[in-house]
Ligand binder design. Structure first.
Ligand code: AMP
Length: 465
């Protein structure tokens, strides 16, 4: 069924066309009629399924025309990046309307957000903390909210926003439409849902336990002390177009980025301790191809939509199996192909089992051909940005970088202070015997990767003021 048959007004159908979408995705097909009909909804959908349009399009349709008062739609997002991304989607879809959207998040000054709110906006897309600031200073009232949307609810609760979220829900009028989107709906979310929604329809698409079919994924066991060397070797042997490397910690992400830079990769870093400007620059640089590698933590990368990510490498195995699915969801989006590698250490059999149980499939454990698994882990000095033992990154494979080095600062002095992080573990062991060798024909036979596609679309009448 085409978008034009879903009951959306022509201005929005044209907005969707301008985005290059031809047919609705399954969640759009199912959610748009429910939201247009005014019903509450709990949508569980894997990232990359098109859920943003599934709520944005019918919401814009219900708004009709701009009204110069307080917001009629409030959307809560767990991170600044997601909030910014959803705002962009609203502006893109609404380009042929006169509706206005305002994003409200921390990490930037209050002035511009305050004046946009004061000027009157139809849709506010916000992270909970900054939203509460504006409510407390009485710049913003939620009294006119007719549609409340909570996106990535599971992550919002994981991040400790539950109190703020409940407070915000309670500040919205009782007569409203409420939509919940969450990758999974565990009992604590059901509890918030009972409090916030009325007879919700439930739509479950591509349950988060499934790993996107278009992604090949594998575990690469390695002794603890050789993790970084294996990461560099994987990057060298992989014909990647763009790669996200996941670290469990912010500190670890900085460290990995610094060392990758020393190995001649162009690197961006994304984590919660980076300033808003640094985050924006990192994402924009990664999207444009200035940085070929982005080192990120789970929270920073949650839901981020970057087209053409050809590879994901989990430098650290994710802390919980759900994050495995989310991380891998960064690649293979919108039917593109992508590969996902997870570096594992001998003490992680439990985590591996949990992931396999969660996704309901065995993940192959591979060895990288040509990598010296019995090399002595290097002493800490070898990790301090001095010439790494693997040498400079050769020009083969991915073309010697796209220029530009990642903006994450940090000099040698800091590296020395932080060297403990990469000290090899005393438990270093060889990988388990009997693991399959190679990588189904090796890295050299990667499928062709999609071109990056970043529309430079006009924003029409959606204007920042
Ligand atoms: P989301 O799950 O909302 O983050 O969307 C994932 C990606 O799919 C984004 O790049 C969207 O622009 C894209 N997308 C969403 N809906 C469609 C559609 N109907 N046709 C093609 N691409 C879409």
């Amino acid at each position: 069924m085409p978008f034009s048959k879903l009951g959306l007004p022509p201005a929005l159908v044209n907005g969707v066309k301008a985005m290059g979408y031809t047919d609705p995705t399954p969640i759009q097909l199912r959610a748009i009629p429910v939201v247009l009909g005014g019903g509450d909804l709990i949508g569980s959908a894997q990232t990359g399924t098109g859920k943003t349009a599934a709520f944005a399009l019918p919401t814009l349709a219900r708004l009709g025309k701009h009204e110069p008062r307080g917001p009629r739609v409030l959307i809560l997002e767990p991170t600044r990046e997601l909030a910014a991304q959803v705002e962009t989607a609203f502006r893109d879809f609404g380009r042929f309307t006169d509706l206005r959207a305002t994003v409200v998040h921390g990490g930037v000054g209050y002035g511009r957000q305050r004046s946009e709110l004061q000027a009157g906006t139809d849709v506010v897309i916000a992270t909970p903390g900054r939203l509460m600031d504006f409510i407390n200073e009485r710049t913003l009232s939620l009294a006119g909210v007719k549609i409340l949307i909570l996106d990535e609810v599971d992550r919002m609760l994981d991040m400790g926003f539950v109190k703020d979220v409940k407070k915000i829900i309670a500040m919205c009028p009782k007569e409203r439409q409420t939509l919940f989107f969450s990758a999974t709906v565990p009992p604590e979310i059901e509890e918030v849902a009972r409090f916030a929604l009325r007879n919700p329809a439930r739509i479950e698409i591509g349950v988060a336990r499934t790993v996107n079919q278009s992604v090949t994924h594998a575990f690469y066991p390695v002794p603890q002390g050789l993790k970084f060397d294996l990461l560099v070797a994987l990057l060298e042997k992989t014909d990647f177009q763009s790669c996200i490397v996941f670290s469990r910690t912010k500190h670890g992400a900085d460290k990995i980025a610094r060392k990758l830079k020393a190995a001649n990769h162009s690197v961006a870093v994304l984590h919660a301790n980076r300033s808003q400007n640094q985050r924006v620059e990192a994402l924009a640089g990664f999207k444009s191809g200035k940085y070929e590698v982005m080192v990120a933590t789970d929270i920073a990368a949650r839901g981020i939509d970057v087209a053409g990510v050809s590879h994901v490498i989990n430098y650290d195995i994710p802390a919980n199996p759900e994050d495995y699915v989310h991380r891998i969801g960064r690649t293979g989006r919108a039917a593109a192909v992508g590969d996902a590698f997870t570096i594992t250490t001998p003490d992680q059999a439990g985590e591996i089992r949990d992931i396999e149980r969660f996704i309901g499939q065995k993940v192959p454990q591979l060895k990288l051909e040509g990598f010296n698994y019995s090399a002595q882990p290097k002493p800490a000095m070898g990790f301090q940005g001095a010439a790494p033992a693997h040498g400079q990154r050769p020009a083969h494979g991915h073309g010697g970088g796209r220029g530009g080095q990642g903006g994450h600062g940090g000099g040698r002095g800091q590296q020395q202070r932080e060297q403990r992080y990469f000290q090899p573990s005393s438990q270093t062991q060889a990988p388990r015997p009997g693991q399959p060798q190679g990588h189904g024909g090796g890295h050299s036979q990667q499928a062709e990767h999609p071109q990056r596609k970043f529309g430079n679309l006009s924003r029409g009448r959606w204007q920042r003021r």
